[in-house]
Design a protein around this ligand. Structure first.
Ligand code: AGP
Length: 602
């Protein structure tokens, strides 16, 4: 779970690499390293810390040469220190490489290489790869053959960038279960874990698939299968994300920018899918055994999906965390099963494993994904893109509301196809769906109020978020946002569950956030709020019924919206509240401790 970047061309390689690493920092930020080549010599600088702190200290921008690779790390093997920072080298110092992923058989390989006299300097799994290539070079005809032989001995996930000082014309890159994309310039080439890393220079991209390696030169690229050595033809995609979209645009943090982008993102999600949602619905309409699999925020979107499918299409999907599904569901998946995977990145290891399991068992797979060309999109039978644009902040915001938008569209299309619900109601719901961007805009207007509320709540230690029906997901997501960026303990739960245990924790001043749109359980949640209030909880309620004002310490008057669409609007103030609490507490909401944007390891 790291970011890698490489450059070869006429520019000063370190400049391209350092700026790319800044845009890849969301993938990991506990250490940084760069290697360039000049006159057949490798120049390596690396250390623990963030790129912003290390750029000057290590003199990363002073490295000579027009080709090089860089790395921003999220530690898996070996603590985040200077020695374990990438790049790693072989014994001769002629091979340097960066790695995103995990080498599962590294201990066995390390033993073998130690016996052959190799000297290891780090505790990482990555270093074995450099020594393995060095070892293979002793018998192989050339570097490429040595690389291929080494790759075929690795087990696990790896995206690699490799530089060999004796081969001054090329850089080498590899993909196996960790993302890699090439940027195609004129007389210069780029490779990175993600497109924004090279977006200032080119918007033409080639997505590399598992089991492929790339020989990159100034003039072009050759992609080959590392098992067979066969050349693979690749399609060049034009990316329509602007650089501006991938940068902060004056906001103090990406997260805040991304929250403010939600009206636009939801609009894009609607217009990007409007034409073909009916066709997708037709393709999945026959399935009655449905699983929705995802992790984290995407899992919460799955819970909303379940309520939508039930209420509109009269189908009852089982929503499971992909990490559970992948180990438990094998025996119940067959060709009559539909597995819907929801993943922003399209690279979450558990979600990919769940999709692969579903495919092995002959199930139909549909993925709801944001990142174009990501692995989930390539292994699924059907794909719906959320069109949210790049999300850099680790906390998912606009990618969540766009996931909800496309799930709503899918459920409406299914209901229309199956004629499960009155057509007039579906038409009204669809009209209201188009109003969501406006409604989000309206609630974004509460930002000052939410900031003031954050100031009032800054020192609280525990929060409870409650909801009923489809709003349970909003409660869970509100709590997750708070936990991950403000580091305050928070629990999200169904309001009905409160008095079965958690009520014991409500005492004087404990914040209870009630997500209470009008709907069939409104009266019930009012009772639950009363229960918390009677224990002197500090009640913050979100709703469109003024009754709530009387029983709340803080009432956020929400716009009127159909209960089924309410999760898209109601989560936004909760994202803002979490954001402002995080900032007040001195945290960087874009880079929460211990977390990374895409979890590409189990
Ligand atoms: C939420 O803010 C997190 N970023 C996290 O829970 C995330 O939703 C989860 O890791 C799943 O990621 P994915 O959507 O890219 O698969």
């Amino acid at each position: 779970m790291c970011g890698i970047i490489g450059y070869i061309g006429d520019r000063k390689a370190c400049d391209v690499i350092v700026s790319g690493l800044k845009r890849l920092e969301y993938r990991g930020y506990d250490s940084v390293g760069v290697v360039t080549e000049n006159g057949g010599e490798l120049y390596i600088r690396k250390g623990a810390g963030k790129i912003g702190e290390l750029e000057k200290k290590l003199g990363l921008s002073e490295l000579p040469g027009n080709r090089g690779i860089g790395h921003t790390r999220w530690a898996t093997h070996g603590i985040p220190d200077d020695t374990n920072a990438h790049p790693h080298t072989d014994c001769t110092g002629e091979i340097a490489l960066v790695h995103n992923g995990i080498i599962e058989n590294y201990l066995e390989l390390r033993e073998e290489l130690l016996e052959k006299g190799h000297v290891f300097r780090s505790d990482t799994d990555t270093e074995v790869i450099a020594h393995l290539i060095e070892e293979e070079l002793k018998t192989a005809g050339d570097f490429e053959e040595a690389l291929r032989n080494a790759l075929n001995r690795l087990k696990g996930s790896f995206a690699l960038g490799i530089i060999y000082s004796r081969d001054v014309e090329h850089l080498y890159f590899v993909r196996h279960e960790s993302p890699l994309v090439l940027g195609i310039g004129n007389g210069e080439m780029f490779a990175a874990s993600d497109v924004p890393a090279f977006l200032p220079y080119t918007n033409r991209a080639v997505f590399i698939d598992d089991g492929e390696y790339v020989i990159l030169s100034k003039e072009g690229y050759t992609v080959k299968d590392f098992r067979t050595g066969a050349v693979r033809e690749k399609e060049v995609h034009t990316i329509n994300w602007s650089l501006e979209m991938a940068e902060k645009q004056g906001y103090p943090h990406f997260m805040l920018k991304e929250i403010h982008e939600e009206p636009k993102a939801v609009k894009e999600a609607i217009y990007g899918n409007i034409e073909f949602m009916g066709r997708i619905a037709e393709e999945i309409a026959e399935y009655d055994k449905i699983f929705i699999v995802a992790m984290g925020t995407s899992y919460h979107a799955g819970i909303v999906g379940k309520y939508l499918f039930q209420r509109l299409a009269r189908k009852v999907p089982i929503v499971e965390e992909a990490s559970e599904f992948r180990y438990e569901a094998e025996g119940v998946i067959d060709k009559n099963t539909l597995v819907i995977a929801i993943t922003q990145s399209g690279e979450t290891a558990d979600t990919l494993a769940a999709i692969r399991l579903a495919k092995r068992r002959g199930a139909k797979t549909l993925s709801i994904v944001n990142v174009v060309g990501s692995m989930a999109t390539r292994i699924s039978d059907l794909v719906i893109y959320t069109h949210a644009g790049p999300e850099i902040g680790v906390a998912a915001t606009k990618t969540y509301t766009t996931q909800l938008t496309v799930l709503t569209m899918l459920a409406i299309a299914l209901a229309r196809h199956l004629k499960t619900v009155d057509e007039d109601y579906l038409n009204t719901l669809e009209e209201d769906l188009h109003k969501l961007p406006e409604l989000i805009e309206e609630v974004l207007g509460y930002e000052d109020e939410l900031k003031a509320l954050a100031e009032e709540l800054e020192d609280k230690r525990d929060f409870f978020y409650i909801g009923r029906g489809i709003s349970v997901a909003t409660a869970l997501e509100g709590a997750l946002k708070l936990k991950e960026i403000s580091y305050i303990h928070a629990e999200g739960l169904s309001a009905g569950e409160l008095k079965h245990g958690p009520l014991a924790l409500i005492e004087d001043g404990v914040p209870v956030v009630a997500v209470a749109p009008s709907g069939k359980t409104f009266d019930k949640i009012v009772s639950n709020i009363e229960e918390a209030k009677a224990r002197k909880g500090f009640i913050i309620s979100l709703g469109d019924n003024d009754e709530l004002r009387k029983i709340s310490d803080v009432f956020l008057r929400m716009p009127e919206v159909d209960e089924l669409l309410s999760p898209v609007v109601y989560v936004v103030p909760l994202q803002l509240l979490a954001y402002h609490l995080a900032v007040l507490r001195g945290n960087d909401p874009d880079k929460p401790r211990n977390l990374a944007k895409s979890v590409t390891v189990e």
